[in-house]
Design a protein around this ligand. Structure first.
Ligand SMILES: Cc1ncc(COP(=O)(O)O)c(C=O)c1O
Length: 391
């Protein structure tokens, strides 16, 4: 297929629900992508948060190839060694007794968390969520997503979600009723513009949940698997969630979603109450295990902390030279650069110069490089970003 044929096929045959950038990528390795013309790009937003270990990590490829030779898939009414190992490994990283439900995406993991909370609540069903959150695109998860733009045109929304301002414990307390069963939040709101939860707020929220017997659900779909410098973002906050969800980066490019819940809560879901045909299939589980092993063996949490601090320092310096930057915020290797103008043109200019970044919430440039990014790659990215901001 040549380039015009690719674009034509998309126009004719694919639902136009994505705004697209006209690049056709054919190869990836580490922090780099190559397009069909052979042009090389430095990818500082790999896979919308998927690229924890970079493109085509050799350990992930080896594990998947090995599994493909043996068994691709059996459904969840049977057992596989790969799924059992992955559940154990996730439990180890969580550091508390929890049980895992496997599915295929972040939205599904959050759906599972919502359903489990309702089952646990025995009639209590309301979930307090936060403005500018993002929890996925299914009906329940857009209802949980406190942003009208994702809901418009799809009403009526499923009932039972109350959205309140982020980082404000008083409004949480006011939203509480005898029907409330849970609060659900991201510790760094990704799609909402890289808004970091205050430590004091999270501590107070945990206390409030304990007092009122509410479940604390933390959505780690974007922040999980090392992105913030710890395996899960809640590990920075000195609190333990009752339920948390992970997806994106766990599969190293393969689709996976996971809901983890304190064991006694998880046991509310008995046989037949929730399911996913493909969830935690053998190939995907092997890929996820390889990702977790690579993070440990290659000391990627340490690299994320080190490179994250370096990236922040460089961004901070850039902000002091560039009046178009209003604020830099984030954690680990998850950074938002709030501009005084819309960011779309800057993203386009960066991509022309061979750097892929993202813009969210209209004015916030988002950088989330692979956890194995190097200092040299950060320097190169910053050079291009500064050029684009000057232009
Ligand atoms: C925090 C958060 N939750 C949930 C989702 C939905 O994940 P998925 O697109 O895999 O359904 C996303 C996707 O960007 C996300 O960032």
């Amino acid at each position: 297929m040549n380039l015009p044929q690719v674009f034509e096929s998309y126009k004719e045959y694919i639902v136009p629900s994505y705004s697209k950038t006209p690049f056709v990528f054919v190869k990836g390795k580490g922090s780099y992508l190559w397009d069909i013309r052979g042009k090389k790009y430095l990818d500082f937003f790999p896979g919308w948060g998927v690229g924890s270990v970079g493109h085509c990590h050799p350990k992930v490829m080896t594990a998947v190839r090995d599994q493909l030779k043996k068994l691709i898939f059996v459904p969840n009414n049977y057992y596989t060694i790969a799924q059992a190992k992955l559940a154990r490994e996730l439990n180890f990283w969580a550091g508390f007794a929890c049980k895992v439900f496997f599915c295929n995406s972040g939205a599904e993991a959050n759906e599972a968390a919502i359903k489990l909370s309702r089952k646990f609540g025995q009639g209590r069903y309301e979930i307090i969520t936060f403005e500018n959150a993002f929890h996925g695109r299914t009906l329940a998860t857009i209802a949980a997503t406190g942003q009208k733009k994702y809901q418009q045109g799809f009403e009526p929304m499923p009932e039972g979600f109350k959205s309140v301002p982020f980082n404000d414990i008083d409004t949480v307390k006011k939203a509480f009723t005898d029907k409330t069963v849970a609060v659900m939040l991201e510790l760094v709101q990704g799609e909402g513009g890289i808004n970091v939860a205050d430590k004091g707020f999270v501590t107070q929220l945990r206390k409030f949940c304990d007092e009122r017997k509410l479940l604390m659900i933390i959505d780690e779909v974007q922040t999980g698997i090392g992105r913030t410098g710890k395996m899960f973002a809640w590990q920075h906050y000195g609190v333990v969630p009752d339920i948390f969800t992970v997806a994106k980066a766990l599969g190293g490019g393969f689709p996976i979603g996971v809901m983890l819940s304190r064991s006694e809560i998880a046991d509310c879901l008995g046989p037949g109450m929730h399911a996913s045909t493909f969830g935690g299939g053998a190939v995907i589980s092997r890929a996820a295990l390889a990702v977790l092993q690579s993070i440990q063996k290659e000391k990627l949490l340490g690299n994320t902390q080190k490179m994250g601090a370096y990236l922040f320092e460089r961004l901070h310096q850039l902000a002091s030279r560039c009046t178009r930057i209003k604020e830099v915020r984030g954690m680990g290797l998850m950074w938002g650069i709030e501009l005084t103008q819309e960011g779309k043109a800057i993203v386009e200019e960066c991509s022309k110069q061979g750097l892929l970044i993202n813009c969210t919430h209209d004015t916030v440039l988002r950088l989330m490089p692979a956890l194995n990014v190097s200092k040299k790659q950060i320097d190169n990215a910053l050079k291009i970003l500064e050029n684009a901001l000057r232009g």
